[in-house]
Write a protein that binds this ligand. Sequence first.
Ligand SMILES: [Zn+2]
Length: 295
Amino acid sequence: MRRDYYAVLGITSTAGPREVRQAYRRLARQYSPDVNFWDAQAQALFEEIAEAYRVLNDPAARAMYDRFGASLARGEALGAGRRGEDVHVSVDLRFADVARGARMRVEVPRYSACAGCRCTGQVGGGRCDACQGRGVRRAVEPVEVAVPAGVDSGMQICVPGEGSAGPLGGPRGDLIVSTRVAEHPFFTRKGDSVHCEVPISVWEALQGARVRVPTPSGEAALVVPPGTSGGGMFRLRGQGLPKLAGDGTGDLYVTVRVQMPAGLDARTHELVRELARLLPLDPRTGLAAYRGGAA
Ligand SMILES: [Zn+2]
């Protein structure tokens, strides 16, 4: 037995459109399939919530529901106006949107209620010319879409009840938003882990240093230990990207590149020779064994 749509959203039958939307958003956050990944009961609840919203958010469908909803004929009454089609759109996201999540206005081409005939398809006994009697007309309308932090390319975000309106007062289908995330010039993403390469001077590599590195959410300090070689990789825990399902944040992996100063003169040349005498180093010990391809 289906529950009353108003009860599903926890609102009264006099609730305004704003109250309907707020109730839906609060419940959708709580029961979203993204949050409750494996919970079948939460998923069923979510579908019930989405269905209730689809009807109550659409003035024509709601009016029909209010009129016939109390009786057993509820199902048939809603069936009189078939549910509209789902609408697919894609959005381009910046790397920063992934780190923080985003609310965006997406222009959605869809069918919406015909104002000329108030979804009935008829005006003064004749067919409505504006919609050719279908009760719906093509329109491009902005829809607010909540993009969760941690989203990746090729994902689909479902916005229930924001697809096309059904003919003759049928409830709206869903809006399906496919995501495309742009590459970042500095950060490379692997799931919720992020990699980047940071240059340090040979002096910082020799003596050790505390260097500031950009992170997806701001900036962090990287402690470079004395005697660090180029290519060394360091992990900054929790400085990657938010995990989409569940809590926590991935890690940032920083690879250091050692940069040399150029333009030695006679004096600095002598100092480097002096340094080489004081800190002797043969980094290629053992390579001789591989001469001629020997293993
Ligand atoms: Zn019309």
